[in-house]
Design a protein around this ligand. Structure first.
Ligand SMILES: Cc1cc2nc3c(=O)[nH]c(=O)nc-3n(C[C@H](O)[C@H](O)[C@H](O)COP(=O)(O)OP(=O)(O)OC[C@H]3O[C@@H](n4cnc5c(N)ncnc54)[C@H](O)[C@@H]3O)c2cc1C
Length: 376
C-alpha cells in the first residue's frame, strides 16, 4: 500500500497549491486526480483577483479574500521562481463601469460599501474613466476604480503551481480518481482508489465541484457545479489595460493580447455545452461595455464548472473525522483564494492552528445537530 503524510484528491489550483505548501514544509505528499491535472475549473476561469463582494451574501468572505490578496505577490514570486514559469500576474487594478440612469447614487453606495469593508475604491466620472480605458462605451455614466485588484493567467498559473509542486517533491497520480475516503474508527486513514488503497495521516479533499462524488464526502462538502461560458477575443482596434466590469459581464486582458469575456452562471449539472443564449449574453455585454469589440475575432469559446456550495461560501477546514480536511466550494473565487487556502491548510497540518479565523467556512456547518459527533 502506498503511504504518504498527506494524500490529496484533486490536482487543480487548490489541491496543487496545498500540495506545494505541504511538500515545502517537508511532508511527503501524494496528489491524485481523476484525469490530467489542472484541466477543470482552474483551467476554465477568468483569473480576476477581486476581494470585493458581488452580493451581500458574499460579505463574510471579504476577510479571507483580503488575506489572500495580501500574500498573492509573494505566492506568485515563489511559484514562478520554483517552476521557472510565468503565472501572468497583472496587478493593474480593475474598473467597474456603471450605466444606469441613477449611476451617481449607485456610485456613492458602491464606494461607501467598499470603504466600509476596508477596500480601496475611487469614484470616476465618465471622462476620467475613458482616459484610463479609452475603449469604454460613451454611454458610461460613472465608474469605480479598484486600484489594488489584479488578475492572473489562471491556465499559466495552474501549470506553474503544478510544476512547482512536482519540483518540490510532490508525487503525481493522474487518471487515479479517489472513489472514497477510508475510515478507521473516528479517523480518516487515506483514500480508496479503484484498485488500491492509499494510506495517509492527513487526507485533503480538493476535487472541486466533483468533491461530493467521492464516497463519504457529500455530508461535509455538498458542492454542485455552476457552469460558466467564456469567450476569448482578439481585437486590432481595442486595447484594455485593466479588468473591466459591467453589471452583466467582465473583460479580462491577457499579456498575450487576448481579451477574455465572461461569464454565465448556470446550474445544468456536470455538462459543459456552449449555448447560443449563453454566448449571446456574454458577447452582447462585452460589446455594450467596449463597443470596438464588435469587430473582434472570436479565438476560443469554452465552459467550465465552478465548485459551488449551498451558501456560496468556501468549505474549508477539518471535518469530524481525524485527519480529514476539506478545501473546496470556492465557487467564483477559487483563483483569488488559492494562496490563503494553501497557507491555512499547511498551518493546520503542521501546527494544528491557523492564522486567519476559518470557523465560518467549516465543513461541519452542513450537518444537522442530530448527526453531529458529540463533543469529546
Ligand atoms: C468560467 C469561470 C470563470 C471563473 N472566474 C474566476 C475568477 O475570475 N476569479 C476566481 O478567483 N475564480 C474564478 N473562477 C472559479 C475558479 O476557477 C474555481 O473556484 C477554482 O479553479 C477551483 O479550483 P479547484 O482546484 O478547487 O477545482 P478544479 O480546478 O475543478 O480542480 C479539481 C480537480 O479535481 C479532479 N477530480 C475530480 N474528481 C476527482 C476524484 N474523484 N478524485 C481525484 N480527483 C478528482 C478534477 O479532475 C480536477 O483536476 C471561475 C470559474 C469558471 C468556471
Amino acid at each position: 500500500m502506498k503511504k504518504f503524510d498527506v494524500a490529496i484528491a484533486g490536482a487543480g489550483l487548490i489541491g496543487g497549491s496545498i500540495a506545494l505548501e505541504l511538500a515545502r514544509a517537508g511532508l511527503s505528499v501524494g496528489l491524485f486526480d481523476s484525469r490530467e491535472p489542472g484541466q477543470e475549473s482552474s483551467w476554465a476561469g477568468a483569473g480576476i483577483l477581486s476581494p470585493a463582494p458581488e452580493s451581500a451574501a458574499m460579505i463574510p468572505l471579504v476577510p479571507l479574500a483580503k488575506a489572500s490578496m495580501a500574500i498573492y505577490p509573494e505566492f506568485i514570486r515563489k511559484v514562478e521562481e520554483i517552476s521557472g514559469q510565468s503565472a501572468g500576474y497583472r496587478p493593474k487594478g480593475t474598473l467597474q463601469a456603471l450605466f444606469s440612469r441613477d449611476a451617481r447614487e449607485e456610485l456613492s453606495t458602491v464606494i461607501a460599501m467598499h470603504h466600509g469593508l476596508g477596500l480601496k475604491a475611487e469614484p470616476l466620472n465618465p471622462e476620467d474613466a475613458r482616459e484610463l480605458e479609452p475603449s469604454l462605451s460613451e454611454e458610461l455614466e460613472a465608474a469605480v476604480l479598484r486600484p489594488d485588484e489584479a488578475s492572473v493567467d489562471n491556465r499559466a498559473m495552474t501549470q506553474a503551481v503544478l510544476e512547482a509542486a512536482k519540483r518540490s517533491g510532490v508525487q503525481f497520480f493522474s487518471d487515479n480518481a479517489a472513489h472514497a475516503i477510508r475510515r478507521e474508527g473516528g479517523r480518516c486513514s487515506g483514500l480508496q482508489l479503484k484498485n488500491e488503497n492509499i494510506e495517509a495521516k492527513w487526507t485533503v479533499i480538493a476535487a472541486g465541484c466533483f468533491s461530493a462524488n467521492i464516497e463519504g464526502v457529500a455530508a461535509y462538502a455538498p458542492v454542485r457545479p455552476a457552469k460558466g461560458q467564456m469567450i476569448a477575443l482578439r481585437a486590432d482596434n481595442v486595447e484594455i489595460e485593466r479588468v473591466l466590469w459591467s453589471e452583466k459581464i467582465y473583460l479580462v486582458p491577457r499579456n498575450d493580447g487576448r481579451i477574455l469575456a465572461g461569464a454565465t452562471v448556470e446550474y445544468t449539472g456536470f455538462e459543459k455545452s456552449l449555448t447560443a443564449g449563453g454566448l449571446e449574453k456574454v458577447l452582447t455585454g462585452a460589446i455594450e461595455l467596449s463597443p470596438g469589440l464588435a469587430a473582434a475575432r472570436v479565438e476560443e469559446t469554452w465552459a467550465g464548472l465552478r465548485p459551488d456550495s449551498p451558501d456560496h461560501i468556501p468549505i474549508l477546514g477539518p471535518a469530524d473525522l481525524d485527519g480529514l480536511i476539506i478545501a473546496t466550494g470556492h465557487f467564483r473565487g477559487g483563483i483569488l483564494l488559492t494562496p490563503i487556502t494553501a497557507k491555512l491548510v499547511r498551518e493546520w497540518v503542521t501546527q494544528q492552528r491557523v492564522s486567519v479565523d476559518w470557523d465560518r467556512f467549516s465543513p461541519m456547518r452542513f450537518q444537522s445537530t442530530s448527526t453531529r459527533k458529540a463533543p469529546a
